[in-house]
Design a protein around this ligand. Structure first.
Ligand code: ZN
Length: 260
């Protein structure tokens, strides 16, 4: 009697633990703070710290408090490429107004076996590797790039102008024959207003000294890794700025200007 009672407890305990760990082991979650349209509308104040963001993944992109540069998360470290083009290591106490991260665990790897001459062509090549356009993907492209063109947004002062005004003064930089990593996501078209539909990639050099938001590229013989991501988790800012911003209007045209 005693023995069977004990074994019943043991079975319950094992089931409880394994049920729990199943949830914890699901790293296929795209974690996002705020929305892309809030950013387009000038909601640039940081709302969550990098210490908190890191709990949800060490791979991703976004920006930093006051729109101070382009954010790249790679191998658990976060870098901020400021308007001067230099990549600075982000510390845990800093905050972000918009970021998307995940724990990067590739489901598919491919060696690029044909020359890619621009971003558009890269998008088409990547699309052909995907089983569906209806889920999220984290994308990592690593190697020696023939050409990479990036931009970085400059830090803003209040009252914050909308992003479409900011990018009119963006600084761009071209890299030639550069080793590095492209980090980012492909989101489904239905995320419009929430995140960037399609591909959104940031670049960082291998020495982690420079990079930015990817505008153009040319490459061959690079490694592509794709993490299929079916879970989506969004946290919205609890700030006055976010509560009061008008998010009823579509911003598709502005987004195109901002992203390309
Ligand atoms: Zn970007």
């Amino acid at each position: 009697m005693k023995y069977s009672l004990l074994s019943t407890f043991l079975i319950i305990a094992v089931v409880a633990i394994s049920g729990c760990s199943h949830v914890q082991e699901n790293n296929d979650i795209l974690f996002q703070t705020s929305t892309i349209n809030a950013l387009l509308n000038g909601v640039y104040d940081g709302d969550i710290t990098f210490q908190e963001l890191k709990q949800h993944g060490g791979f991703g992109l976004g920006t930093v408090d006051a729109l101070d540069g382009e954010l790249i998360g790679l191998d658990g470290k976060f870098y901020q490429v400021k308007a001067d083009g230099i990549a600075y290591l982000v510390n845990d106490s800093m905050e972000t107004p918009f970021a998307a991260v995940t724990f990067f665990e590739p489901d598919k790897s491919a060696l690029l076996d044909e020359p890619i001459n621009n971003h558009e062509q890269l998008n088409g090549y990547l699309d052909n590797l995907l089983p569906t356009k209806n889920i999220f993907y984290a994308i990592k492209i690593e190697g020696d790039f023939e050409y990479v063109k990036t931009r970085r947004v400059p830090k803003q002062n209040k009252p914050y102008p909308p992003l479409v005004e900011v990018v009119k003064n963006q600084s761009t930089f071209e890299f030639h024959d550069v080793e590095g990593t492209m980090v980012g996501f492909r989101c489904p078209d239905y995320v419009e207003g929430v995140n960037v539909p399609g591909y959104h990639l940031h670049f960082i050099t291998k020495d982690k000294k420079a990079g930015g938001h990817l505008l153009e590229c040319r490459m061959q013989n690079v490694t592509i890794e794709i993490d299929y991501t079916s879970d989506f988790y969004m946290v919205l800012p609890q700030s006055d700025e976010f509560y009061k911003v008008d998010l009823t209007e579509g911003k598709e045209k502005e987004l195109v200007k901002v992203e390309r």
